[in-house]
Design a protein around this ligand. Structure first.
Ligand code: ARG
Length: 273
């Protein structure tokens, strides 16, 4: 059995200091003590499930550094560092790169001028990498990754600004199984996902707005935000254990459970051999 390893970053400097997605409003700031509690609860759930949680040191002036999913894409011992679309987040990259270099990963870069936002937009389901593009990542970034890792990469267009990263509307559970919110994709993207993933668990619009798809999968356990009861019941019927934990402070930045984590040993649904 493999030992799950996840990178997180404590929310010491987390806050809503700019607006780069429709969820963020500087007039709706986060409450530091609440954010700390919610982050800690997620952290403790992961530890209780046997996950080794690695911590990236928080940095003043980088309020979104908590969203480690966007650091880059991990493939075996290779780390493809993100090229963020927004300058305010591009400043995070040196910190992520330093951590990965210090922890035995080979740090690789995408071509200049090609945007790519890491595991936020690139998720394995089985041997295939599903890749969201248009709002944050470029399709060229995904093509570059496809060549570099020699895996099939299927780009799907994201059409709804509220679901600006693939991990806000799609969550692989196991090879051939995923959670999704179909309205976040265009008709072609929906077809691609339906053609390649036989079992798709559809969330309602209300649950999508609670970031139900932004879940962390550890073994057969799925950790997600509160307010997704119907999804939780469905997951149980599918043989998963679901754990809801409040993450409202992070919704204010357009993130939830999945965004706050980066799996270092390969996502649960990924098949790399
Ligand atoms: N405020 C951050 C941004 O807009 C949130 C990132 C959420 N991360 C994610 N993987 N969806 O970039």
């Amino acid at each position: 059995m493999r030992q799950p390893r996840i990178l997180m970053c404590p929310p010491n400097y987390y806050g809503i200091e700019y607006e780069i997605n429709p969820w963020m409003s500087r007039s709706r700031g986060s409450v530091a003590s609440e954010a700390r509690q919610q982050w800690q609860a997620l952290h403790d759930i992961l530890v209780s499930l046997g996950v080794t949680v690695e911590l990236l040191p928080p940095q003043p002036g980088l309020p979104d550094l908590v969203f480690t999913a966007n650091a880059g894409l991990v493939f075996r011992q290779r780390f493809f560092s993100s090229r963020f679309r927004h300058d305010v987040r591009a400043r995070e990259s040196p910190h992520f790169e330093a951590w990965f270099a210090a922890h035995g990963f080979t740090v690789e870069h995408l071509p200049e001028g090609v945007y790519f936002e890491g595991a936020g937009d690139a998720l394995f389901c089985g041997p295939t990498l599903f890749a969201g593009y248009r709002i944050r990542s470029d399709v060229r970034g995904h093509q570059h990754i496809a060549q570099a890792i020699g895996k099939q990469v299927l780009p799907v267009e994201l059409v709804n600004p509220r679901f600006y990263h693939l991990d806000t509307c799609f969550c692989p559970l196991a090879p051939g199984e995923a959670i999704w919110f179909p309205e976040a994709f265009d008709a072609y993207g929906r077809k691609v996902l339906q053609a390649h993933i036989p079992r798709l668990l559809t969330v309602s619009e209300a649950e999508a707005h609670r970031f139900g798809c932004n879940a962390v999968v550890v073994g057969r356990t799925v950790i997600h935000n509160t307010g997704c009861e119907r999804m939780a019941e469905e997951l149980q019927r599918w043989g998963y254990r679901s754990i809801a934990t409040p993450l409202d402070e992070f919704l204010k930045a357009g993130g939830s459970a999945k965004c706050l984590t980066l799996r270092l040993d390969g996502e649960e649904a990924a098949v790399w051999d």
